[in-house]
Design a protein around this ligand. Sequence first.
Ligand SMILES: [Mg+2]
Length: 240
Amino acid sequence: MGSPRLREVFARIDSALSRGRLPVCVFDLDSTLFSTAPRNLQILREFARAHAAKHPELTAIAARMTAEDMGWNVHDDLAKAGVRDPALLAAVREFWAERFFRDEYLLHDHEVPGAAAFVERCHTQGALIYYLTGRHVGGMEIGTVQSLRKHGFPFWRGRCVLHLKPDFEMNDKAFKDDAIDDIRSYRGEVVASFENEPGNANMFLAAFPDALHVLLQTIHSPGAEPPRPELILTPDFLMR
Ligand SMILES: [Mg+2]
């Protein structure tokens, strides 16, 4: 169940509108609106199939693993499942990197529970929806839009922005830091941001101290900085 404080976002949208301001809600995608675990699992299973002749043990391991076993790195997940061969773990890392950042694989993602209905309600109520993602232009943009629409997230209807990283190489945090200027250019009122990376959520809190900042308790990168106590923690978007 989501944090009871999620409802405050709707009150903030109303409040901004009543003062003649454009409410802006900023949503990260991976591990915030979408669970990437099914994408990781799909890639692992393809790897197991491709290497079944040389490594028959992978077939049983991959069949046993579920989306719940997927953490930040597929090679770590596989190591936890019992694979010890360093060359094989290095091969899965490479196989994963060739697929994870591609349009067609994005369609395996699942919605974080309640996410589409939550974003839809923010949009219907009058907020500008600003999707801000470290996914890059040049391989992920089409799949991103298809995935948003497949799960019923608002798009194509005005008041929806999709901002992707201009190229793969750019650092995610630096990109999001730069994006703050673009968000400000709408001259609206940022009412809420949603992130799974504590460092990014802390950054949004510093940039927009009067807004609500929600940290999704899904997965985050290893060694992430500690979340600020002002952040609202929630496992999903389901409302009581
Ligand atoms: Mg994310």
